[in-house]
Design a protein around this ligand. Structure first.
Ligand code: PMP
Length: 425
């Protein structure tokens, strides 16, 4: 790892903590990437890894999916940024709405953070109310409205509210336990200034936590009764759980949806969309402001259009393959850990899973935090040594991609076997 080590020494001198997003750091230094293809990444020291970090779920079709690279390459010959409208923006928005009928109107943005920021501002503008409710351990991006008891990197370092955020902002973000409809109900009885409830329909930023039977239905019912905007943050689940995301999977219709990650399969694009009467609040016709130089840029849009086309074309093969591989991995890992008598839980759904080293079911942030983090660290390190890269934190999810082959899955099971032995020691 000499080259990664040298690069990290250089990086630390010029980039805070040596990385450009907190979750990318782990002890003693991360590997630096040279290239990637399909389900594999290569580092600058000649090692290769089966990639289940999967750009935090973005690479549903794998690295460098051929149709996407071809369409983006074609677009590059025509220009990279116009800041004037294009036909492909219209086509992409139409296709997104075709997959997600609740997204009647759509704005394209660059990142999931921008999408959730816009969704919340829209909800406030539409309802003329002030506060929002989010759930403990859900992560909705790196902006002040939602960086309160957030999952992902913030949970990993145990941060409740980011320094530098205004109290006036975080005080207006109320937090409820995930899977606790009762707590939400009590809060809604006390508070009458709630503009929105924002939720990850499947929580993928605290490890993986599934919604309990009636949780999402309860949210839909309670918010509808009080004219509160229900925002499904489908940045992870959109296109991953089904062509129509978690809302299709669970048959629940939110008022606003945010998408990102798999929408661009490795290119920076995200979307916010929902009911026309809400979306029409956006400027210039409406009074809720949202803007970006790079929003709807033709490179990302061509990647998005190509991704959606490819995912839709492959869908009868894509989802069954992902689900089959995921179920196979999960059952093998569960059997291995059980045989080794390692207390554990595995939460899984569609093409996502996470293991927690604990006896207790993991249904919310507090049960996730009870898992043995030292054991998880050992698992991560041993997997890496054995050629498997997962996100380096208990508060993240393992993501499969369509590019992972049958042989990759077999190799991954062997790596988990070795890694679980290291955990056991
Ligand atoms: N929402 C969810 C559910 C996410 O997982 C993430 C990123 N992990 C975001 C929003 C923010 O997306 P981005 O990093 O593209 O800003």
């Amino acid at each position: 790892m000499a080259n990664s080590k040298d690069l990290f020494t250089r990086a630390k001198k010029i980039i805070p903590s040596g990385i450009n997003s907190p979750v990318r750091y782990y002890d003693p230094y991360p590997f630096f990437v040279k290239k990637a293809k399909g389900g594999t990444m290569w580092d600058v020291d000649g090692n290769h890894y089966l990639d289940y970090c999967n750009a935090y779920g973005a690479l549903l079709l794998g690295h460098r999916r051929k149709e996407i690279i071809a369409d983006v390459t074609k677009q590059m010959d025509k220009g990279t940024l116009y800041c004037a409208p294009t036909e492909i923006e219209v086509s992409l928005s139409e296709s997104i709405s075709g997959n997600f009928p609740s997204m009647k109107k759509i704005r394209l943005v660059n990142t999931g953070s921008e999408a959730t920021m816009t969704a919340i501002r829209l909800a406030r503008g539409f309802t003329k109310k002030k506060k929002i409710i989010k759930f403990e351990g859900c992560y909705h991006g790196a902006h002040d409205y939602v960086l309160v008891e957030a999952g992902s990197g913030a949970a990993h370092i145990g941060m409740s509210v980011s320094e530098g955020s205004l109290d006036e902002v975080s005080q207006n973000t109320l937090v409820v336990q995930y899977n606790n409809s009762q707590e939400l109900q009590s809060l809604l009885e006390k508070e009458n200034d709630i503009a929105a409830v924002i939720v990850e329909p499947v929580l993928a930023n605290m490890g993986l936590v599934l919604p309990e039977k009636n949780f999402l239905n309860d949210l839909r019912k309670m918010t509808a009764e009080k004219n509160i905007v229900l925002i499904f943050d489908e940045v992870v689940t959109g296109f991953r759980m089904s062509p129509g995301g978690a809302q299709k999977y669970f048959s629940i219709t939110p008022d606003i949806t945010t998408l990102g990650k798999a929408l661009g399969n490795g290119f920076p694009i995200a979307a916010v969309g929902g009911k026309s009467e809400i979306m029409d609040m956006l400027s210039p016709e409406g009074k809720v402001y949202q803007a970006s130089t790079y929003a709807g840029n033709p490179i990302s849009v061509s990647a998005g259009l190509s991704s959606v086309k490819t995912m839709n074309k492959l869908k009868t093969k894509l989802y069954p393959k992902l689900e089959k591989n995921c179920a196979k991995l999960v059952s093998a890992i569960h059997d291995l850990a059980s045989d080794m008598k390692i207390p554990h839980q595995i939460n899984s759904i569609s093409s996502m899973f996470q293991i927690f080293f604990t006896d207790e079911s993991v249904v919310n942030y507090s049960s996730a935090k009870k898992a043995d983090m030292i054991k998880f660290k050992k698992l991560f390190e041993a997997l890496l040594k054995n050629g498997v890269f997962i996100a380096p934190s208990q508060f993240e999810t393992v993501f499969l991609s369509y590019a992972h082959s049958k042989d990759d899955i077999t190799e991954t099971i062997t790596a988990y076997e070795k890694a679980l032995r290291a955990v056991k020691q």
